[in-house]
Design a protein around this ligand. Structure first.
Ligand SMILES: [Zn+2]
Ligand SMILES: [Zn+2]
Length: 241
């Protein structure tokens, strides 16, 4: 942990983050890990582009259930991350689930006007996770590590970057909303395929945290959204091994 004095000096680089708390599934709860997704009116359960089977819902967050101070980081609606866990067809590997815009993952926000639909009917998904409801958020203060040099603008008080080099803070691992990505390999923000600008970090999903799942070799996954094109979202992950 960083000494308090160093934390104060690095304060310009700090970002608030929130760790989700979960508990047993509450019927009707919108924000959850695993379970049945909300669908747009008339829509069917999103399927994998590789095996064409239903993808598992990893996380669903209604912006109304976020901490007040987070100020709706993905807009007004319901964020969803789907991921194909079909190991028989090796979708994670063959579909390159770790790369942005993979056909075996889906990250999207159902905008508020379309978010009045219904929960999907249960589908048989092999090894389906037990649904957990979001029960609250634990606030954190997150610092970037040195891999973020490109993302940190340089109009910082003199000496701040030197402190970063000297004290090597680390963004938190584990599931979290906002903050700095805990890159386990290289800092890599995917580019929006429309405007080509680096996308914004929205949340992190880590291996065996809220979900009983490992991304590749104990990887850490990141959810991104384009600031200019909020409909363009994606997930990537990096392996720890
Ligand atoms: Zn698949
Ligand atoms: Zn864009």
């Amino acid at each position: 942990m960083l000494p308090e004095e160093i934390k104060l000096k690095l304060a310009p680089l700090a970002r608030p983050a929130w760790r989700p708390r979960t508990g047993p599934a509450v019927p009707g709860a919108r924000s959850k890990f695993g379970g049945l997704p909300l669908l747009r009116p008339g829509e069917t359960w999103p399927c994998c582009g590789h095996c064409h089977e239903p993808m598992q819902l990893f996380v669903q967050l209604d912006s109304q259930d976020l901490p007040d101070d987070a100020r709706s980081p993905f807009g007004d609606g319901v964020l969803q991350v789907f991921y194909c866990t079909n190991m028989e067809e090796e979708c994670e590997v063959l579909g390159q689930a770790h790369l942005p815009f993979s056909e075996v993952t889906l990250t999207r926000v159902i905008a508020r006007p379309e978010a009045n639909g219904f929960e999907a009917l249960a589908m048989p998904i092999p090894d389906a996770f037990e649904e957990q409801s979001l029960t609250g958020w634990i606030p954190l203060n997150d610092f970037p590590d040195q891999k973020e040099m490109a993302a940190i603008n340089d109009d910082l008080p003199e000496g701040t970057l030197a402190l970063l080099h000297a004290h090597r803070p680390a963004p938190r691992p584990g599931d979290k909303l906002l903050g700095w990505p805990h890159w386990v390999d290289k800092a890599h923000y995917p580019s929006c395929h429309c405007c080509r600008k680096p996308m914004q970090f929205v949340m992190q999903l880590d291996s065996t945290d809220s979900l009983p799942f490992c991304f590749g070799d104990y990887g850490c996954a990141y959810v991104f959204q384009c600031e200019q094109h909020p409909n363009i979202m994606t997930l990537t992950w990096e392996s720890r091994l």
